[in-house]
Design a protein around this ligand. Structure first.
Ligand code: HSE
Length: 437
C-alpha cells in the first residue's frame, strides 16, 4: 500500500476530537476503503495545555495555524475552527498552497463558498463539506451523486437539532422555550451564539448549500427568507396537535414555474408524515425527485462522532481522488461550475402556503364576522376554525384558523387589517403549513 496521506487540522474541538477518535479506531478499515492510510500529522489549537477528548500523542500540536497550512507534508487541511473570519483567510491561503480542504463550517460555505470553490477550481484542489449539513447524514453525497439522474422538485429538512429539540420538549413535556434552550446549550447542541439556532440562521446556512446542490444555482444565503421559533408558544404546539399537525422548523427549497422558493420557518406538518416524527436533536431531509419520488434521510445532525463520521467520509473521498484529473472530480455544487443556472429566487411575498393563525379577540358578537369578512375581501378561504373557551383571568379568547392556500402578500394585508380591529387584542400568530406530498 502507498504511504499514508498526511492531514493537518485547524482546530481540535468537539468535531475534531471525534474525527481523530474515528480515524484511530477504524484505521484499518478506512485504509482498506481509501487505498492508503490517513494520518493526522499536525493540529493547531488555541491552548496546547487544554485537556482534549482524544489522544493527541501521535501528532504535533501548535498554536500557529499558519504552520499547518504551510506544512509541505500536509496534503489535506481540515478546517474545524468555525466562523467566517480567520477560517476564510486560512482556507483561501491553504488552497493557494495547493492543499485539499475539508470543512464542517456551514456559515463559511454558505457565505463564501462561491469564492472558495472558484479558487479551488483554479488550483485544482477539492473542497469537501459533507459535515456542514445535517452532521453525519450523507445528504450532500445523496443529492449530488445518488440523485444525479433526477430533477429535484423540492426538499424540506429538519436541519437544526437545537430547534427540533426545543419544539419536541415543548410538545412532549409542555416545557417553556427558555428552559429547553438552556438545556440544549448545556448539552452542547447549540451554536456558540444560540440566536443562530433559534432565529433560523444556522438552518439558512445549511439550506443555502442544499439548494445549490439540488438546483445547480450559486450559493445565495442573502436571498433566503428566515424566521425563527421564538414566537411559538406551548399553546400553538397544543392547538396544532389538536388539528392533527406537528410544528417543526423546516428549511424548504422548492422549484416553481416562476423561480425557487428558499425559506426557513416554523411549519405545521401532518402528524402522520414520517418527518413529523423526527424528534429531539435528530435531523432529517425529505427530498422529492422526479424519478425516485420522495426519499427521506434521517440521522444525527450534530455531535462529535456523527459529525466526525462525515468528515472522515470526505477524507476517504479526497484520498481516493488525489491522483484523479481535477477536471473530472465531482463538482463542488453538483453541477459543472460553468453550468450553474440563474433561476430567480422568489420573494417571500410571492410564495403560496396554507396558514395556521392564532387570533386573540374580545368575546363578543360580530367579531368573528368582521375577521372572516376581511379574509373574504382578500380572497382567503378558510379550511377550519376553532374558538377556544375563554381562559379565566384573560379577557380575550383565542380563535384558531386554518386557511386554504394563499399568496403571502394577500395574507400580510389581511393580517394588518385584522390587527387594526378594535376587538383584536394581540399580535396575530401565523405559522405556515406544508403537507409535504
Ligand atoms: N447548532 C447546530 C444544530 C449544530 O443545533 O443543529 C449542528 O450544525
Amino acid at each position: 500500500m502507498l504511504e499514508a496521506v498526511k492531514v493537518g487540522m485547524l482546530g481540535l474541538g468537539t468535531v475534531g476530537s471525534g474525527t481523530v477518535n474515528i480515524l484511530s479506531r477504524n484505521a484499518d478499515e478506512i485504509a482498506r476503503r481509501a487505498g492508503r492510510g490517513i494520518k493526522i500529522s499536525i493540529a493547531s489549537v488555541r491552548d496546547i495545555k487544554k485537556q482534549r477528548a482524544c489522544d493527541t500523542s501521535g501528532f504535533t500540536l501548535t498554536v500557529d495555524h499558519n504552520k499547518v497550512i504551510a506544512d509541505p507534508n500536509v496534503k489535506i487541511v481540515l478546517e474545524l475552527i468555525g466562523g467566517t473570519g480567520i477560517a476564510r483567510e486560512l482556507v483561501l491561503k491553504a488552497i493557494d498552497n495547493g492543499k485539499h480542504i475539508i470543512t464542517a463550517n456551514k456559515a463559511l460555505i454558505a457565505l463564501h463558498g462561491n469564492e472558495i470553490f472558484q479558487r479551488a477550481q483554479e488550483k485544482g484542489v477539492t473542497v469537501a463539506f459533507e459535515s456542514a449539513v445535517a452532521g453525519g447524514i450523507p445528504i450532500i453525497k445523496a443529492i449530488r451523486e445518488g440523485l444525479a439522474g433526477n430533477s429535484i422538485q423540492w426538499l424540506a429538512g429538519i436541519i437544526n437539532g437545537t430547534c427540533n429539540f426545543i419544539l419536541t420538549e415543548m410538545r412532549d413535556k409542555g416545557r417553556d422555550f427558555d428552559d429547553v434552550l438552556k438545556e440544549a446549550q448545556q448539552l452542547g447542541y447549540a451554536e456558540a451564539d444560540p440566536t443562530f439556532d433559534i432565529e433560523g440562521i444556522d438552518a439558512a446556512h445549511k439550506l443555502t448549500i442544499l439548494a445549490s446542490i439540488a438546483f445547480g444555482v450559486p450559493l445565495q444565503f442573502e436571498k433566503i427568507y428566515t424566521e425563527g421559533i421564538t414566537e411559538i408558544t406551548s399553546a400553538d404546539v397544543a392547538y396544532a396537535s389538536e388539528l392533527g399537525y406537528r410544528i417543526k422548523s423546516l428549511g424548504i427549497a422548492k422549484r416553481t414555474a416562476n423561480g425557487l422558493e428558499l425559506r426557513v420557518h416554523p411549519t405545521l406538518i401532518p402528524h402522520r408524515r414520517l418527518i413529523a416524527n423526527v424528534d429531539g436533536v435528530m435531523n432529517a431531509v425529505l427530498v422529492k425527485a422526479d424519478a425516485l419520488g420522495p426519499s427521506l434521510y434521517y440521522g444525527a445532525g450534530a455531535g462529535a462522532e456523527p459529525t466526525g463520521s462525515a468528515v472522515v467520509a470526505d477524507l476517504v473521498d479526497v484520498v481516493r481522488a488525489l491522483t484523479s484529473d481535477p477536471e473530472n472530480r465531482v463538482p463542488h455544487l453538483a453541477f459543472q461550475p460553468d453550468a450553474l443556472s440563474n433561476i430567480p429566487i422568489l420573494s417571500m411575498d410571492d410564495v403560496s402556503t396554507v396558514y395556521y393563525l392564532r387570533i386573540h379577540v374580545q368575546d363578543r358578537s360580530g367579531v368573528l364576522a368582521d375577521v372572516t369578512n376581511i379574509f373574504a375581501n382578500h380572497n382567503i378561504s378558510i379550511e377550519a376554525i376553532i374558538q377556544k373557551e375563554p381562559q379565566t383571568n384573560i379577557a380575550s379568547v383565542p380563535i384558531i384558523i386554518l386557511t386554504h392556500e394563499v399568496v403571502e402578500q394577500n395574507m400580510n394585508k389581511a393580517i394588518a387589517e385584522i390587527e387594526k380591529l378594535e376587538a383584536v387584542t394581540n399580535k396575530i400568530m401565523r405559522i405556515r403549513l406544508e403537507t409535504l406530498t
